[in-house]
Design a binder for this molecule. Structure first.
Ligand code: DGL
Length: 274
């Protein structure tokens, strides 16, 4: 039986990571938990974020995941140690994957307020580029607007202009999408940034790190160990939420291309508080 890849986020954002995992490793079954009862994470206290991560990761462990991908930057920034301690299986992070793909010294990071305040991206980038000027901006309006499906309105555009202003002032040429919801705003951000600005989704590098890990655990077909993928997708994915499954399925269908089956789960059943 194939190793179960576990992913979690507060809501829809982690689907951007899930899609990459599914495309790259079509034989790997995935279990995705969207903690929609508690979205957003990024404006919560550090204590909350750590307590939630402990609960969610405990639930995923009890569901039998064999490897965990942090599909949430906020949990990654503030509770990676908690996730590693609770998971009991290898954990792949987003933030420490980003340094390898940065090739500029003028970098902007868009993230949740909690991630931006943690300085986690700045530290990760400085580890390989100590002289890089890293401008981190917390974007509290983005996740609620994305979760509400309000991607077309003036409110989102105005928020984006506000959050991009410090990056334009710092003349960044590279922008890290430091929240897994933000790849859903890629087209808007690209339009508002100067032509040629590189947008980086850290999940791209993180998902590449999953391959060697799956292979070392004896769980990767030959065809998925190289760059080329010629196999038809055969993934089986279970999508779970702590909030309303119907509204999640409706929103997720926009991003996944079809309406998925979504289960509501109670983390209490795993002995957790949520
Ligand atoms: N998508 C998550 C992240 O990458 C959480 C966003 C939120 O709930 O605030 O940080």
């Amino acid at each position: 039986m194939s190793l179960l890849v576990g992913l979690f986020d507060s809501g829809l954002g982690g689907l951007t990571v899930l899609r990459r995992v599914q495309a790259r490793y079509p034989h790997s079954p995935c279990l995705y938990l969207g903690d929609t009862a508690r979205v957003p994470y990024g404006t919560r206290s550090v204590e909350d974020i750590r307590a939630i991560a402990a609960e969610v990761v405990t639930w995923l462990r009890l569901e039998g995941v064999g490897v965990l991908v942090m599909a949430c930057n906020t949990s990654n920034a503030l509770a990676l140690d908690v996730a590693v301690a609770q998971a009991g299986v290898p954990v792949v992070g987003l933030i420490d994957s980003v340094a390898a793909v940065i090739d500029s010294d003028r970098v902007g990071v868009l993230a949740t307020p909690a991630t931006a305040a943690s300085g986690a991206y700045r530290r990760a980038i400085h580890a390989s580029r100590p002289r890089a000027l890293v401008t981190e901006v917390g974007c509290p309006a983005f996740v609620p607007l994305i979760e509400a499906g309000r991607l077309e309105g003036l409110e989102l555009r105005e928020a984006a202009n506000r959050y991009l202003a410090p990056l334009l002032a710092a003349q960044v040429d590279t922008v890290v999408l430091g929240c897994t919801h933000y790849p859903l705003l890629r087209a808007l951000l690209q339009e508002l940034l100067p032509v040629g600005t590189r947008l980086i989704d850290p999940a791209e590098a993180a998902v590449e790190r999953l391959g060697p890990l799956l292979a070392s655990l004896g769980d990767l077909p030959e065809s998925e160990q190289g760059q080329a993928l010629f196999v038809a997708p055969q993934h089986s994915t279970r999508l779970c939420v702590t909030g309303c499954p119907d509204s999640f399925a409706t929103s997720a269908s926009t991003w996944l291309g079809c309406r998925p089956a979504v289960e509501r789960v109670s983390l209490r059943s795993a002995g957790c508080a949520a």
